[in-house]
Write a protein that binds this ligand. Structure first.
Ligand code: NAP
Length: 271
């Protein structure tokens, strides 16, 4: 598989969860990948992933530390990627946080941290990476937003949900702003995926069962499915797709909520 051969990609929050699966798929398609992390505890994971993709897919990978909500760190990170791998051609804004704090006791710090990581980061990374993308007249920016961008999903965490709506709308504005330079800006909206972000929430077997039941496909999403959709949006096959929010949610966001789901019955099919 070589849809992205020799392209240079940067994946924020790439050491674990959905980000790690995106790194795997981009590398599998031949891209050289910069794996961003910020927590000291993720350094080893990022390095192990670097070694794995280099060995398995014969591409070049590097590990880059930065808090994506801080301009100086973002600038340094992209400087390093440009120096070691070349201009960023595929930027995947995946890093995100979802602190589970109820609205009435939510602190101002949690509100600010959430917006800094989930929204401001997209401004900082995209503005910096766009300089070379514009010079090269080529770029793909893919933001990992959420079903929460368009619906109030469970659990109700207003700071997270509203930040993802902002990230999705920012995607559209940037698509218009940057399209003329042959830069595609799109978003991917996952439904629930069992990563560290959701481990406490999904640890309750009743909640897990309800999550599965609520999804029209009767299953959770997977990290790899998100990686696959990122590959598609980064590929030439998606060259005219710009400003789109690609839901990878099993149809969750098109399903009307009903107190007793009248659509949920077994169909007798006669062939
Ligand atoms: P996760 O397992 O909790 O991983 C979060 C990632 O974000 C980690 O790699 C973390 O890096 C990184 N990160 C957090 N703050 C950062 C910062 N300030 N600077 C740089 N990196 C930072 O979460 P996930 O489920 O893989 O989520 C990935 C993305 O998908 C997020 O944007 C999330 O909102 C979105 N999403 C997830 C789900 C889901 O159900 N899991 C559903 C919809 C959307 P460190 O390891 O270095 O801390």
């Amino acid at each position: 598989m070589s849809k992205l051969k020799n392209r240079t990609a940067l994946v924020t929050g790439g050491s674990r969860g959905i980000g790690a699966a995106i790194v795997m798929r981009l590398a599998e398609e031949g891209a050289n990948v910069a794996i961003n992390y910020t927590s000291p505890g993720s350094f080893e994971k990022a390095n192990a992933l670097k070694e794995k993709v280099e060995k398995e897919f014969h591409i070049q990978a590097i590990v880059v530390k930065a808090n994506v909500g801080v301009k100086e760190e973002v600038d340094q990170m992209i400087d390093q990627v440009e120096k070691e791998l070349g201009s960023v051609e595929i930027l995947v804004n995946n890093a995100g946080i979802a602190p589970f704090e109820p609205f009435l006791s939510l602190s101002e710090k949690t509100w600010d941290d959430t917006y800094q990581t989930n929204v401001k980061s997209i401004f900082l990374t995209t503005q910096r990476a766009a300089k070379k993308m514009i010079e090269n007249k080529y770029g793909k920016v893919i933001n990992i937003t959420s079903t929460a961008s368009v619906l109030v999903t469970s659990p109700v965490i207003p700071h997270y949900i509203s930040s993802k709506a902002a990230a999705s709308h920012l995607t559209k504005a940037l698509a218009i702003e940057l399209g003329k330079y042959n830069i595609n800006v799109n978003a991917v909206g996952p439904s629930t995926v069992a990563t560290d972000m959701c481990d406490e929430y999904l640890a309750d077997p009743q909640i897990l069962a309800k999550e599965i039941e609520a999804n029209p496909m009767k299953r959770l999403g997977t990290e790899k499915q998100i990686g696959d959709s990122v590959v598609f949006l980064a590929s030439d096959e998606a060259v005219q797709i710009n400003g789109h929010l690609l839901m990878v949610d099993g149809g969750l966001t098109v399903k009307a909520a009903q107190p007793e789901d009248h659509m949920n019955h077994e169909q007798e099919v006669t062939l």
